[in-house]
Design a protein around this ligand. Structure first.
Ligand SMILES: [Zn+2]
Ligand SMILES: [Zn+2]
Length: 818
């Protein structure tokens, strides 16, 4: 066996193996293999944002550990990687970087700029994934912005349209006036803002009385269509059915009764506008009220706003407040804290607009979704509630059209004369209706030969929410159902409402089947101050900084050990440093073993001693615990047990206790030395096997130098996972070994406290066993104690003594003389 070198360069080792694994094709999925079990991972195609952050390190490490573990368990692992390209985020970036708006240039030119930016971002993300040592099968790489992917998105739309899931309708939608597009509920963030509550007099018709209305949005007064009070509110219910004058526009509207009005909020009288907020939408639908839209798509007041037309929302608010004051209708104002919805891509406050949009019927799937979510195995289990609660909270169907450029085109035309919807045929896709006409002669309804293309594009989630089927090979491979549903869908806690949800509704609608069998959730990365890591909080650490400084295997240990799966994980430099120190400890131990095994004869006779049986038993029990933990995605338990065993039991205890036997075969005999060599060989191999999914690089380096020749696997990553060997479990040896180790540890501890080097000889030690059974075990194994602690004269008594007590077994004590 070759000895490991003394020095080792973590970064060099990692880069070398990343390159070699790729050359060796270690991660290739074998489509032809019909014997091994398939394990398919639905890698969420990330939305490249131009950085690889610690959150990415956390979630990729999670699913890479699963992939590597399953590969060693003998599965044919499918670990694909795509990139989710389209979307508002990229468009907003392009607009900022080039200081322009999408409407300033032709759409195809704008799209080109988006594609260029995405490619730049993908390169950065890809480098991050590779540097993290992720065992991705790169032959599967895809981009959702490529026409070949459009084909899949468009095809899925056509199928769902024909199944009745897609419809076009004029409904209120969340609207970002800055991005000038509809957005889905999932794309709205909520922020706390300070606003002003205005108390405004609304005169009753044909009366001198007025009602007082408190509102934070007086600019919506021109869009007021009713005033509502609670029927049980005795102050106001007498007015129900009467007319009231909307100030500024002097229009009479009805006072309606609505039990959703909270009498204790504001004045208890509410103006209903189209649309000040989502509550307005509900009330308008419920009471079948008219709609007066006063906003344009870029957030200005339109002609329905009368003299305020053309001004921005903020300008209109100011002017209306001024006019109310002048008319003596503004009674008072108050500062209030309010929650407002903002666009999650550009942070502009959103409005609610009515515009013709495409929708997918998602709410009719909610019951089925709940049932299916309960069939999926969640890591951790309580996360499924988040999905179910989100689905239940949705008021509206999913708006899937976007008034943007950088998205998959909606494969639809409209007849110019009769408005008939012309849906692309399945074999026409991919197609961009803006560039191509429908492949029919005339409108099937009216015979017209002129068509207008749909200019809207799909929400980017329409691309990525079919990933489980696409990864499996749908629609091109006949055998795609071999990989469907995916065995594992990994996701972040923050995207359950998008990724996990949209995947579920799309696949349920398309195939009437769940898309994934299990869902692995990672929490958020917190800064060292305990708050969510973010650049604005100045607690942000970039992933390349961590990987450059301590290497990937150290960073992966941080991800694995930070906390239970699904919980938020704080980033702390000392955790990564600890991971790095562990690698040094492991390397030094392996190097020691490799130098001690130079003359190791694997076929030689050996006689296992108590401590050999003790560590072998412990190694088997560790195998059982780590295997259980990895099966349940409890990465923190696996890594903690492994580090404890390696560092404290294998290195600090076993290796120290057997050095004497290794160094003095003439004293103990060759068979006893052989036993130590064989045990070192076996236990170290077990350690690197169990660590291989978590710290793949250093374990591969040790494997290739020390074991590859014997084990004959081209990579440790392809070596079989250790099978539990119950024959090696010797409970009695473990118990006795524990006792002997406790005595040795205590004597060494005393040496350390006396600040003496550990190899300092001790003239005499008297051990009081406390009871005869303990004394007998100590006597049987006294060579190990004498040899390890360098004791010249050892006396063992079964009596109780009053020396230094052994921490782990206080009945035993000893007195030493230096
Ligand atoms: Zn926006
Ligand atoms: Zn027609």
């Amino acid at each position: 066996m070759k000895p490991l070198p003394k020095e080792f360069d973590v970064i060099e080792i990692e880069k070398r193996w990343q390159r070699k694994w790729e050359e060796m094709g270690v991660y290739r999925f074998d489509w032809e293999d019909k014997t091994r079990t398939i394990f398919s991972i639905d890698t969420p195609p990330p939305y490249p944002s131009g950085e690889f952050h610690m959150g990415n390190v956390l979630n990729w490490t999670y699913f890479d550990m699963v992939a590597r573990y399953k590969r060693m368990r003998g599965s044919n692992v499918y670990f694909p990687q795509g990139w989710d390209c389209h979307g508002l985020g990229i468009e907003v970036q392009v607009e900022r970087e080039h200081n322009l708006r999408k409407r300033d240039m032709p759409p195809d030119k704008f799209r080109k700029l988006c594609e260029e930016l995405v490619e730049k971002y993908i390169a950065m993300a890809k480098e991050g994934v590779i540097r993290l040592g992720c065992s991705v099968d790169w032959t599967t790489e895809y981009r959702t912005m490529n026409p070949d992917y459009w084909r899949r998105t468009q095809l899925s739309f056509i199928i769902l349209y024909n199944k009745g899931f897609m419809y076009q309708g004029t409904h209120p939608v969340n609207w970002c006036p800055r991005c000038e597009t509809a957005i889905a509920d999932a794309e709205v963030d909520y922020e706390e803002h300070e606003g002003t509550l205005h108390y405004i007099q609304f005169p009753l018709e044909n009366s001198n009385e007025h009602l007082l209305i408190a509102t934070t949005r007086p600019e919506f007064i021109p869009a007021c269509v009713a005033v509502a009070v609670n029927p049980s509110d005795d102050r106001f219910n007498k007015y129900i059915g009467r007319k009231i004058i909307v100030p500024i526009v002097n229009r009479a509207v009805e006072i309606i009764s609505d039990e959703n009005v909270d009498p204790s909020f504001g004045t208890g009288v509410v103006m209903i506008c189209t649309y000040g907020d989502k509550e307005d939408v509900k009330t308008v639908i419920k009471h079948n009220l008219p709609v007066i839209m006063i906003l344009t798509e870029n957030g200005k007041i339109n002609e329905n706003g009368g003299k305020y037309a053309g001004s921005t929302v903020d300008e209109a608010k100011e002017a209306i407040v001024r006019d109310l004051k002048a008319a003596g209708l503004l009674e008072k104002t108050e500062r209030v804290q309010q929650e407002i919805g903002v666009c999650d891509r550009c942070e502009a406050p959103i409005e609610i607009l009515e515009r013709k949009q495409w929708f997918m019927k998602t709410r009719i799937l909610t019951d089925k979704l709940e049932k299916t979510a309960n069939e999926v195995v969640w890591y951790p289990d309580y996360m499924k509630i988040r999905l179910i609660d989100w689905a239940r909270s949705l008021d509206w169907d999913w708006v899937i059209s976007r008034q943007r450029v950088f998205g998959t085109p909606i494969p639809i035309w409209y007849c110019k004369d009769c408005g008939e919807v012309i849906l692309a045929k399945e074999k026409w896709v991919p197609i961009d209706p803006k560039l191509e006409k429908p492949r029919i002669d005339k409108c099937p309804k009216c015979g017209s030969r002129e068509f207008i293309p749909e200019r809207d594009v799909f929400d980017t989630w329409m691309d990525s929410s079919i990933s489980c089927a696409v990864h499996a090979g749908w629609p091109d491979r006949e055998d795609w159902r071999r990989l469907f549903p995916a065995d594992l869908h990994p996701s972040g806690i923050d995207i359950i409402r998008t990724w996990a949800y949209y995947l579920m509704v799309r696949h349920l609608a398309l195939f009437d089947e769940k898309p994934y069998k299990s869902c692995l959730i990672n929490g958020m990365v917190l800064g060292s101050d305990g708050r969510k890591m973010s650049k604005s909080l100045k607690n942000y650490v970039a992933a390349p900084e961590v990987l450059d400084k301590y290497g990937t295997d150290a960073a992966r240990q941080w991800a694995a050990s930070g906390g239970a799966t699904g919980s938020d994980i704080p980033f702390r430099w000392p955790d990564v440093e600890y991971g790095r120190r562990f690698l040094t400890k492991l390397w030094n131990a392996a190097r020691f073993v490799s130098t001690q095994l130079k003359d190791y004869d694997a076929g030689g006779k050996y006689e296992l001693q108590l401590l050999d049986k003790w560590i072998l038993t412990k190694a088997e029990k560790l195998t059982q615990k780590v295997t259980d933990a990895l099966e349940k995605c409890q990465f923190n338990i696996a890594i903690e047990d492994l580090r404890n065993f390696t560092w404290h039991i294998f290195c600090d205890q076993y290796i120290e206790a057997v050095k004497d036997r290794l160094y003095k075969p003439e004293l103990y005999g060759e068979e006893i030395k052989n036993a130590v060599q064989d045990t070192l060989y076996t236990v170290l191999y077990r350690i690197i096997q169990l660590l291989a999914p978590i710290t793949p690089h250093i374990t591969e380096e040790i494997y290739q130098t020390m074991y590859a020749e014997d084990m004959r696997q081209k990579s440790l990553q392809l070596a079989p996972w250790p099978k539990l060997d119950l024959g090696k479990i010797d409970e009695e040896a473990e118990k006795k070994g524990e006792l002997v180790m406790a005595v040795i540890t205590e004597i060494r501890r005393e040496k350390a406290e006396k600040r003496k080097p550990l190899n300092t000889p001790i003239k005499r030690v008297k051990i009081y066993g406390g009871k005869s059974e303990f004394a007998r075990i100590i006597s049987e194994n006294k060579e190990d104690i004498v040899g390890t602690c360098k004791i010249s004269q050892l006396e063992i008594l079964s009596a109780k003594g009053n020396g230094r007590h052994v921490q782990e077994i206080p009945e035993i004590s000893f007195i030493s003389e230096y």
